[in-house]
Design a protein around this ligand. Structure first.
Ligand SMILES: Nc1ncnc2c1ncn2[C@@H]1O[C@H](COP(=O)(O)OP(=O)(O)OP(=O)(O)O)[C@@H](O)[C@H]1O
Ligand SMILES: [Mg+2]
Length: 594
């Protein structure tokens, strides 16, 4: 036997990326103590090493049995008293070089296999440097910090996955804190659909829909034309052959062209299209639609029915009753008689089906943050989009939390879609500016991603926008992080572009297999641990980590407000009753405000 205290056994079989190890009968103990530390031989997920000259190959124990070969191998020899380890090879270290993933030289039969001790782990993980942040401690050593390469973590995108209560939000806080504390010029937008993160980041700037002090505004005119048409009047791009759809495009282009002089700078009118993010008044759009639908004229043919011969009613002072678009009050016209006398009914009926839909949208108070976006309301407002960008990504605050708590799903989807697209566009068009784009990358973090990045939802604004970041964001300095408890529901385009997976306990087998099949390293043995991880324990695989690892994330303080309710405490006491209870709850349900 090898006299080395770390000696474990020898290789008896080599497959493409797995080797089988026969544990030596002469090992004095199944749990040797080396340099004062206890090591348990054959623990799934632990490392072993195979030194061959100046190359040391490292692997992870994936299964243990007392029979060599695969469990279903009929030829298997029964040898009791020995143990056999299946080891997945992960990488190698040549001489004093850094550890590298991937295998250049394969070990072979009878090569010695050793336990990996703490010192080896320190060698593999190396020192923390300016390009890395610590995200937790190694599960098998409290002293060993596990660091991730921040460049790859952000710009190759990453995911934090885990069943509910497994510690995702806490892990998110750990990572964001590490980023904010280590990098002065970092910037992060956290999309927070449950409004749980503000408590964990007292220094962050928080914008919240309907908030009185820091309201989140997302002007509706950020939408492109197809989105606007769908959102305002329920029309789909497939309607583009219909006259009303074309007319709507013409009108909106017209309104936008009128508003070419803007606070951020004038825009060349020739370049303005229905898609340009230029303010216009949706109430005026409604009013104009309504005007042409209900007007009466002194002329009967359509092309002679113009504004000049419209038959408006007059008030006591003789002024025409033009209505008021801000108050959503329609213009009033002289009624047309039965028969064929003037005034004549309007022949401009194109917007017959759109007008009512638009009116009900405008009256829906849930969309106030889009239709009444404070100082961003229209061209004459105090602020323009550069102010919005300054608030979101240009302020002193390295972290901006967009709290979307309490808004209904339909609104959530639009809001996240618009935020994402606008921020992405700003990075794309600002890619060469010294203060943004490639010169100051940005991380967008999406909590509860499965709800709005669902693979089965084909009409999702947010999914389309976020997919674009995953596909192309890297080139313009935009990285993304998705946080989700149901990875199997997330868009496949997004999953395919995730470079680093931080997977906490995952109990659902469909979700586990997503991590298994999407993770860049083919390391099923670690992924198989997912259902048995403890709270706050995670497996990290992918580009940002030197070697796939099982880590423990520390519990942060202050924490996100996502703690479980104190069930026993609440159920252990009696609660008072009164008829007035639930009134405020019902009002909140009705107003959809928190
Ligand atoms: N690293 C940790 N160590 C100890 N306890 C933890 C750790 N991480 C989380 N917890 C505890 O687990 C609970 C749930 O954590 P957390 O809110 O982060 O889970 P989650 O995965 O985000 O859940 P959800 O899917 O419901 O959002 C918290 O009450 C927290 O106290
Ligand atoms: Mg959470």
């Amino acid at each position: 036997m090898d006299s080395d205290i770390t000696y474990l056994g020898k290789i008896i079989r080599v497959d493409s990326s797995t080797v089988e190890v026969e544990v030596s009968d002469d090992i004095p103990s199944a749990a040797p103590i080396i340099n004062g530390r206890l090591y348990k031989i054959g623990q799934i997920g632990t490392f072993v090493k195979m030194p061959m000259g100046n190359i040391t190959t490292y692997g992870i124990v994936s299964s243990v049995s007392n029979t060599p070969g695969k469990p279903d191998d009929n030829q298997a020899r029964q040898i009791f008293g020995s143990r056999f380890l299946s080891v997945q090879l992960v990488g190698e270290k040549i001489g004093d070089d850094d550890f590298e993933k991937g295998i250049g030289t394969y070990p072979t039969i009878n090569d010695a296999v050793h336990i990996v001790v703490e010192k080896d782990l320190f060698n593999i993980y190396g020192e923390k440097d300016t390009g890395s942040i610590e995200i937790g401690k190694h599960s098998s050593s409290d002293n060993l910090s596990v660091c991730v390469d921040i460049h790859k973590l952000i710009l190759r995108h990453c995911a934090i996955l885990g069943s509910t209560g497994s510690g995702k939000s806490n892990t998110t806080v750990s990572i964001l804190k590490a980023i904010l504390n280590n990098y002065l010029g970092s910037r992060v937008i956290l999309v927070d659909p449950h409004g749980e993160y503000a408590s964990a980041f007292p220094d962050a700037k928080v914008y919240k829909i309907n908030d009185s002090s820091d309201p989140l505004y997302i002007p509706f005119w950020l939408m492109n034309f197809d989105e606007l048409a769908f959102f305002l009047v329920g029309a789909k791009p497939t309607d583009d052959q219909r006259p009303e759809y074309r007319l709507l495009r013409e009108w909106i282009t017209g309104y936008k062209k009128e508003n070419y002089q803007l606070k951020s700078g004038d825009v060349n009118r020739d370049f303005i299209t229905a898609d340009s993010p230029i303010p216009f008044n949706a109430r005026k759009l409604w009013h104009d639609m309504n005007w042409w639908l209900n007007a009466t004229f002194s002329e009967s043919t359509k092309d002679k029915q113009t504004k000049d011969n419209a038959q408006l009613q007059k008030d006591e002072d003789g002024n025409p009753k033009n209505g008021n678009y801000d108050e959503l009050r329609q213009a009033e016209f002289k009624p047309y008689p039965m028969g064929s006398n003037a005034p004549y009914k309007s022949k401009h009926q194109d917007f017959y089906s759109y007008e009512k839909k638009l009116l009900s949208r405008l009256k829906d108070s849930r969309f106030d943050f889009m239709f009444h976006p404070g100082d961003y309301k229209d061209k004459s407002s105090l602020k323009d989009l550069h102010n919005l960008l300054n608030d979101w990504i240009g302020s002193d605050s390295k972290l901006v939390i967009l709290d979307l708590g309490g808004i209904p799903f339909e609104v959530l989807d639009i809001a996240i879609g618009l935020i994402t697209r606008f921020v992405y566009d700003s990075m794309f068009w600002g890619r060469n500016e010294s203060y943004t784009g490639r010169n100051r990358p940005l991380l967008l973090a999406y909590e509860e991603a499965h709800t709005y990045l669902n693979k089965n939802d084909n009409n999702s604004y947010s999914k389309n926008a976020v997919e674009r970041i995953f596909k192309e964001g890297r080139k313009f300095g935009v990285g993304a992080l998705v946080i989700s408890q149901r990875p199997s529901e997330i868009s496949e385009t997004i999953l395919a572009q995730i470079g680093t997976f931080i997977a906490l306990r995952l109990t659902n087998s469909g979700d586990q297999s997503i991590v298994k099949s999407s993770s860049p390293d083919n390391l099923n043995s670690l992924i198989d641990l997912l259902p048995s991880l403890r709270i706050g324990e995670a497996v990290i695989v992918g580009e940002a980590i030197k070697i796939p690892s099982r880590i423990r994330v520390k519990l942060n303080n202050p924490r996100p407000t996502s703690d479980d309710p104190k069930l026993i405490e609440c159920w252990s006491k009696t609660h008072s009753t009164s008829d007035d209870k639930y009134k405020s709850v019902v009002t909140k349900i009705r107003e959809q405000r928190r």
